[in-house]
Write a protein that binds this ligand. Structure first.
Ligand code: FUB
Length: 326
C-alpha cells in the first residue's frame, strides 16, 4: 500500500505504471494501467521497448486515502492467443461482471484486442481463449453509454499498426496517408450484449475542424495518433487522444458516440517522455485527468508513472489546458 496521492506526483513508486484508465466502481476509484518493465532489449519506433507482461490494478477510496496495488490481475502466460506486449488496457462493468480489455501481439506478431472477465473490479481476470474476432491494433477504451450500449474505441499508429489495416486486411508494409490526405482516425465498434465480441466491423471515426474539413495527416498538432478515450459531459461526447509526434493530449466533441468529432483543443501539454496517454473520470462531482510521464525514471521513455490532476471545464464546455509542471 502507498500513501495518499498528491496531484502531479506518481501514484505509486514501487513499480512503473502507464496508460491509466480510471473508473469509479463501488464508490471507489480504480485505475487500470500498463505495468512498465525494465529490460535491456531493443528501443525503436516499433515500440519494442514496451515489453510489458502483466497488469496490476490500483485503487483508492478517495484522494485523501492510500493507493492500493491489488497485485497481478492478469499475466501474459495465461493468455493463449498472446505472444508479447500487454499494452494499454481498459475496464468496463456490465452484466454484473468486470471486463478487462487489452491489446497484445498474437503469435504472428499482429496486435489484437482481447478480453478477460472477473467478479471484482480489482481482478483477477480470466482471459477468453481467443482475441476478439475482427479486432486489431491497440489501446482499447470502452464506453458503456447511458442506454447500456457499449462502444470500443481503439487504434494507434506506428508500433500500434493502424496504418496496416487501411484496406480492412493486415498489409505488413502499408504506410499512412500522405500529408495532404485525411489523417487516419481511431476505430469504433459496438460490443455485443455479453461484451465478448464486436456487433459490427469496426468503423473509422472522422475528426474534423470547425469548418467540417477532415484533419489532415500532416497536421501533427491535431491529428489522431493513439490512446483514444471517450467520456460524456452535458450530453456531449468528448473524444480525447494523443497526437504522438507532438506529444499533446487533445480533444474533439460530438453529439454522436460514432462521430464525426469536431476538434476543440489541448487538454495536456507535453510531458517528460515520448508517450502521453490518459483517461478522464468524474468522482464526487469533480473531474480528474489521469495521465503518465517518465519523471520518476529520469526520462526513460518506457519507464513511466501514473499521475492525476483535476480537470476543469469552461462555461462553454471547453476544457482548460493543463500544464502539469506549472
Ligand atoms: O504503453 C504502450 C503504448 O505506449 C500504449 O499502448 C500507447 O498508448 C503508448 O502510451
Amino acid at each position: 500500500m502507498s500513501s495518499a496521492p498528491k496531484p502531479n506526483q506518481p501514484l505509486v513508486t514501487h513499480m512503473y505504471t502507464a496508460d491509466p484508465s480510471a473508473h469509479v466502481y463501488e464508490g471507489r476509484i480504480y485505475i487500470y494501467p500498463s505495468h512498465d518493465l525494465d529490460h535491456d532489449g531493443p528501443d525503436n519506433d516499433n515500440g519494442d521497448q514496451y515489453a510489458m507482461e502483466d497488469y496490476h490494478v490500483l485503487s483508492l477510496d478517495n484522494f485523501e486515502s492510500p493507493v492500493v496495488d491489488h497485485g497481478e490481475a492478469l499475466h501474459l502466460r495465461d493468455i493463449p492467443w498472446a505472444s508479447k506486449q500487454l499494452w494499454a488496457p481498459d475496464a468496463a462493468f456490465k452484466n454484473d461482471t468486470y471486463y478487462l480489455f487489452f491489446p497484445a501481439r498474437d503469435h504472428d506478431g499482429i496486435f489484437r484486442i482481447g478480453v478477460a472477465t472477473g467478479a471484482s473490479p480489482a481482478g483477477p481476470f480470466k482471459p477468453q481463449p481467443n482475441y476478439i474476432e475482427g479486432s486489431f491494433s491497440i489501446d482499447p477504451a470502452v464506453l458503456v453509454d447511458d442506454d447500456n450500449q457499449a462502444y470500443m474505441y481503439f487504434g494507434g499508429l506506428w508500433g500500434g499498426q493502424l496504418e496496416k489495416w487501411q484496406t480492412g486486411k493486415f498489409v505488413p508494409d502499408a504506410e499512412g496517408p500522405a500529408e495532404n490526405e485525411p489523417a487516419l482516425g481511431p476505430r469504433v465498434a459496438l460490443l455485443s450484449e455479453d461484451m465478448l465480441s464486436f456487433q459490427n466491423a469496426p468503423k473509422e471515426i472522422s475528426i474534423v475542424d470547425e469548418e467540417g474539413n477532415p484533419i489532415l495527416a500532416g497536421d501533427e498538432e491535431r491529428r489522431y495518433f493513439e490512446g483514444p478515450w471517450v467520456h460524456k459531459h452535458n450530453g456531449w461526447y468528448y473524444l480525447s487522444y494523443s497526437t504522438g509526434t507532438t506529444h499533446k493530449l487533445v480533444y474533439a466533441v460530438s453529439r454522436n458516440p460514432m462521430g464525426p468529432y469536431t476538434f476543440k483543443g489541448t487538454i495536456l501539454t507535453p510531458v517528460i517522455g515520448w508517450t502521453t496517454h490518459h483517461s478522464i473520470v468524474q468522482f464526487q462531482d469533480r473531474w480528474y485527468l489521469f495521465y503518465h510521464d517518465s519523471s520518476l525514471s529520469g526520462g526513460v521513455n518506457h519507464l513511466r508513472s501514473v499521475k492525476y490532476t483535476e480537470l476543469f471545464y469552461n462555461e462553454d464546455g471547453t476544457i482548460r489546458t493543463i500544464n502539469p509542471y506549472e
